[in-house]
Write a protein that binds this ligand. Structure first.
Ligand code: ASP
Length: 321
């Protein structure tokens, strides 16, 4: 007789970037727009999970919704490189199998997270970059757009300000500084636990404003910006990529749980508030473990974030409260 295991309550957690998010400079209209976008993303993923879908499909649904929204630094609202282009990065990981896929430096794929998923499921590789990734995405029938699709006046103004102030990302001594306007990162990510007990994580970004062309951050690097393993947790990060890469931030959370026996929240807190800052960066991490525990920690003043459990109304937060 087949053994049917009881379904668990699914959980979805998202972020829309960490940074200096000050209630004093936030208008009620702007806050409403962010909350609506976060809520749409959570509902997109929640729908998948509540219909019995997989954690992988849920994180894709949630991230695609944020990529299509110009408020976030991913897909449509991506930031500009120093030479005025948009180069996008994304990655995804399946906690059940440790299958992973990523793309970096892509300029004409509407939803980079779909391309990362195609790399994971339909190629022999884990990461494809630039024109090779774009050709692969086209072969897979993914939607291509003109690079101008990613142009938004707000991001262009940020680039002009960063250029005028001559802000750079990497200091001569190797310490890193944020080069984004208001030090707001805006990358998007999602982690999920599905009813079958499987975990998944996904992250998508335009990188940091005024980045050198060809620069790749942590978001498409498995273990730095994204990690998922059913044995521990699923993690997605946002912040200064160079710092996250130096400490393999997302994997570090899983390692602290696995080798040091920390709880999910203790591990996320240590990496977000101690390890990443010790590597000259700021930012935040979201995570969920196989038991459905959730953690969202950051070293900045705010992080756009939200959680949806089962069919309960999603909870959203922006500031440190
Ligand atoms: N982590 C991203 C990067 O460095 C930036 C962000 O989180 O917004 O590319």
């Amino acid at each position: 007789m087949a053994v049917i295991s009881a379904l668990r309550e699914p959980v979805l957690v998202i972020h829309g970037g960490a940074g200096t998010i000050d209630p004093a400079t936030m208008t009620p209209e702007k806050e409403r727009a962010y909350r609506d976008a976060l809520s749409d993303s959570l509902r997109a993923g929640q729908q998948v999970l509540n219909a019995g879908g997989t954690a992988i499909d849920a994180v894709i649904g949630a991230v695609v919704s944020l990529e299509d929204c110009p408020l976030f630094n991913a897909g449509r609202g991506a930031v500009f490189t120093s030479d005025g282009r948009n180069e996008l990065d994304a990655s995804i990981m399946d906690g059940a199998t440790r299958a992973a896929g990523a793309v970096a430096g892509v300029t004409c794929i509407r939803n980079p997270i779909r391309a990362a998923h195609a790399v994971m499921t339909r190629s022999r590789h884990v990461m494809l970059i630039g024109p090779g990734a774009e050709a692969f995405a086209a072969e897979q029938g993914l939607e291509a757009v003109e690079p101008a699709y990613f142009y938004t006046p707000e991001r262009w103004a940020q680039l002009e300000r960063a250029r005028a102030e001559g802000r750079i990302e990497i200091d001569h001594d190797g310490a890193t500084r944020a080069a984004t306007d208001e030090k707001k990162f805006g990358t998007v990510g999602a982690v999920a636990l599905d009813g079958h007990g499987n975990l998944a994580a996904a992250t998508s970004t335009g990188g940091v404003t005024n980045k050198q062309w060809g620069r790749v951050g942590d978001s498409p690097i498995i273990g730095a910006g994204t990690w998922a393993d059913n044995a521990t947790c699923a993690v997605s990060g946002t912040g200064l990529g160079e710092a996250f890469m130096r400490c393999c931030a997302a994997h570090e959370v899983a390692a602290l749980m696995k080798y040091k026996g920390l709880s999910l929240d203790a591990a996320v807190n240590e990496v977000a508030t101690i390890t990443v800052p010790a590597n000259h960066g700021t930012g935040g991490l979201i995570a969920v473990d196989a038991a459905g525990h959730v953690s969202m920690r950051f070293s900045t003043t705010g992080m756009y974030r939200g959680v949806a459990r089962g069919s309960v109304e999603p909870e959203l937060a922006i500031y440190r409260d």
